[in-house]
Write a protein that binds this ligand. Structure first.
Ligand SMILES: Cc1cc2nc3c(=O)[nH]c(=O)nc-3n(C[C@H](O)[C@H](O)[C@H](O)COP(=O)(O)OP(=O)(O)OC[C@H]3O[C@@H](n4cnc5c(N)ncnc54)[C@H](O)[C@@H]3O)c2cc1C
Length: 373
């Protein structure tokens, strides 16, 4: 580990993304679309795979560095951060479950310009993924995938769809090229937030694939498969919430310093100071809980799973509260569709639903508390 070199690599990655995003996040939110060329450039430079080793085309960051990078992307544009989270989860799933040949093939695709989305959720299987009905069936040398996935982030941009489904006595994940006959995509119009993240419902009508597309070539337990993939997404979302909080804090303090009412700047009104203090505390607490979880990942600590759930739960709740405070401080100056704090307000709410809703996180944390205390 070389902290100076790490700081330089992080700064380079953040500068590269900032350069590509510029001041366009608002217009992307209003249009509900990210520029595909920019996504391909980011993917082609490994900037959507921060934790993939550099030898495989990624940035080779550990969890802490990757988290800070994700927070930076989240502070610029939560839709882009959502695409980053999907790509990073896809890469992590490949790293965990693929054989050597698949790992080489798919990581090369994910770090050379191709984009990926993941499908767990179905109409009747949201929080309860054990209700999943999508089937992956062997037929000679081929696989046949049948089912429907809902709310797949980044699906509208994706070349590769990682589909989780029932397989033999357990479960498996299969890589479905989005152009395969039988794949039908329906874009989700006007989502509450992360409007440019390319969410879609995707049907798989007896989609036929080479059996090589089954990651690892064997079945797994459903709970192990989804828990592994979701854990990586959970920490990425938590860091994305830190980014939302940092952007809101900067907007709120900047406005409070300059906007005058009743003969003095807002920052000198104590009730406004209260909002700023809360926002600052929310950003700090979220950052510390994410840092702790990332350190656990980097050290392969047994505390990693629980620490990740804490980080996600705390950061999502704080992002919702912090974004509401920022809108309150800016008032009419931020009450316009597309404005940074208005976007944060809508985007943050979704963070309490995805990768384990608040309630599902509470259930997991209560079970953990009962087992360790
Ligand atoms: C913006 C966005 C992006 C998404 N991206 C993806 C993606 O890329 N891939 C993918 O597969 N899915 C994705 N999803 C789906 C997401 O994972 C589900 O929305 C989530 O798991 C919740 O499922 P649900 O919406 O069906 O809610 P439900 O499971 O119907 O839950 C409804 C409410 O009940 C609560 N609840 C459920 N069970 C319990 C319980 N036992 N005790 C207490 N409360 C409970 C929930 O917390 C929630 O508040 C996305 C969703 C959104 C909104």
């Amino acid at each position: 580990m070389d902290p100076e070199r790490d700081a330089e690599r992080l700064a380079d990655a953040c500068t590269a993304v900032s350069g590509l995003v510029g001041d366009r996040a608002e217009s992307w939110d209003l249009a509900g679309l990210l520029p595909e060329q920019m996504l391909r450039e980011l993917a082609g430079r490994g900037l959507l795979c921060p934790q993939v080793p550099a030898t495989d085309g990624g940035l080779g960051f550990g969890s802490l560095l990757s988290g800070e990078y994700t927070a930076h992307v989240g502070s610029l544009c939560s839709s882009l951060r959502s695409v980053l989270t999907s790509q990073a989860m896809a890469a992590w799933t490949v790293q965990r479950f693929a054989d050597a040949r698949q790992r080489h093939t798919y990581l090369a695709q994910l770090t050379h310009g191709e984009l990926a989305a993941l499908g767990f959720s179905e109409t009747a299987a949201g929080s309860d993924l054990s209700a999943m009905t999508t089937r992956i069936v062997r037929d000679g040398d081929t696989l046949v995938v049948t089912g429907e996935k809902v709310w797949m982030t980044a699906a509208c941009y994706a070349d590769l769809l990682l589909v989780f489904g029932r397989f033999e006595e357990g479960a498996a994940v299969v890589v479905v090229p989005a152009s395969t006959p039988g794949v039908r995509m329906e874009r989700i119009a006007n989502p509450l937030g992360c409007r440019a993240a390319g969410h879609a419902n995707v049907r798989f009508d007896a989609v036929r694939l080479p059996s090589d597309n089954l990651l690892g070539g064997i079945g797994q337990s459903m709970s192990m498969l989804v828990t592994t993939a979701l854990a990586a997404g959970r920490l990425s979302v938590a860091w994305g919430c830190v980014g939302i909080l940092r952007a809101c804090l900067a907007a709120a303090t900047g406005h409070a310093r300059t906007r005058q009412q009743f003969g003095k700047v807002l920052a000198e009104h104590q009730l406004i100071s209260g909002h700023l203090a809360e926002l600052y505390a929310e950003e700090q607490v979220s950052t510390r809980s994410c840092e702790y979880a990332s350190r656990c990942w980097d050290a392969h600590s047994v505390d990693m799973v629980a620490a990740t759930v804490v980080a996600k739960y705390v950061s999502a709740r704080n992002a919702v509260a912090g974004a509401a405070s920022a809108v309150q401080v800016l008032a009419s100056a931020g009450a316009r569709d597309g404005h940074l704090v208005a976007r944060a307000y809508r985007d943050a709410k979704l963070m309490e639903i995805i990768e384990g809703s608040n309630e599902i996180c509470q259930l997991m944390l209560a079970e953990h508390a009962l087992s360790v205390t």
